[in-house]
Design a protein around this ligand. Structure first.
Ligand code: GDP
Length: 313
């Protein structure tokens, strides 16, 4: 595995997407590093606008880039908003990576997603399963955009010698999540739904799908810690998974959220809503070999996420 010894200290570091859950977590993590962080809010810089991005890079000249900006959402958003998901995400990836190349950024990390793997790939998902089979239909547009980003990073390394790396985080949760009842991911959706049911003393809570799919979750602060670690120690065109190494069924997960929130009514399943991929567990062997392991248990992470929800509400 291609390791590196990249000195982040003293560098001008651009966190693209710093107001999103992932970018905000990377920002929190970077506050422990001796770096000069630069950011640009959406009002200031539209990352889909090629000339605006090129101008901003020429002026700001970041040395290291965390490309955490993306249009994201849960299973329903991915399906309904597929045009926005493919357009925004390809535009952001191509504009930022090409600008980083033109302005000779020393290093760039592209953040992908575990949904880039084939729907029915063997589990746990190893990095080499990329592009070995058809994608899950509910998030195909998003996955294709993320695969384009991965291949772009790889191509720029090969042709131009850019030190671009790509990481694939598993399902994330934590502070700064989107709690939209329809478009959120499952963790935020269920924290909110169980909390509101508790307050309203509702007799039942509805969970989408059959409860049988299995998902792996990682707290976003753990993921940010892994990103900063990999930025320093990893340099290769091979993608690298970031996960906790453990998965759980949606039914067991829902029961856990109910317990943490303190809801004791019934849980019902709505099989008219999609299940998505049956299982999504990442193989974290490469990450492990690079000396990083997730610290936060799902139970502790969910407690933190529930506290964050109560604060952010
Ligand atoms: P995915 O990993 O891309 O499928 O992302 P999600 O976080 O949106 O969904 C994960 C799993 O949780 C899927 O099997 C969903 O059907 C299930 N799920 C159960 N209830 C909900 C909910 O209220 N919202 C979402 N987004 N997913 C839910």
């Amino acid at each position: 595995m291609a390791t590196a010894d990249y000195e982040l200290r003293g560098k001008r570091v651009f966190v693209a997407g710093h107001r999103g859950m992932v970018g905000a977590a990377i920002l929190r993590r970077l506050s422990n590093e001796d770096v000069d962080v630069v950011t640009a809010g959406r009002d200031q810089l539209d990352l889909r606008d090629q000339s605006a991005v090129f101008d901003w890079f020429a002026e700001s000249r970041p040395q290291a880039v965390f490309l955490a900006a993306a249009k994201v959402g849960g299973i329903a958003a991915n399906h309904a908003l597929r045009a926005e998901f493919i357009y925004d995400n390809i535009a952001i990836a191509t504009n930022v990576m090409h600008a980083a190349y033109l302005n000779r950024a020393e290093k760039l990390m592209f953040l992908g997603s575990s949904c880039i793997y084939p729907k029915l790939a063997p589990q746990p998902l190893r990095e080499e399963y990329l592009l070995t089979g058809p994608l899950e239909a509910t998030n195909e547009a998003y996955a294709v955009a993320k695969i384009a980003g991965i291949k772009m990073a790889e191509a720029y390394r090969h042709q131009y010698g850019c030190d671009f790396i790509s990481v694939m985080p598993t399902n994330l949760y934590g502070p700064g999540d989107n709690y939209d009842p329809e478009y959120s991911h499952v963790v935020a959706a269920l924290i909110r739904r169980f909390h509101e049911a508790k307050i309203a003393d509702a007799p039942k809570v509805v969970v989408w799908g059959t409860g049988t799919p299995r998902r792996e979750f990682i707290h976003v602060d753990d993921m940010a810690d892994a990103c900063v670690h990999l930025m320093k120690v990893y340099s290769s065109s091979d993608i690298i998974n970031i996960g906790s190494g453990r998965d759980i069924s949606i039914a067991d997960f829902a029961a856990l959220v109910a317990r943490i929130v303190g809801y004791d009514g019934a849980i019902e399943y709505d099989a008219s809503r999609p299940d998505g991929t049956p299982r999504k567990l990442l193989d974290v062997g490469r990450l492990d070999a690079l000396g990083w392991r997730a610290e936060t248990s799902l139970e502790n992470g969910l407690r933190l996420a529930y506290e964050a929800y109560l604060e952010e509400r």
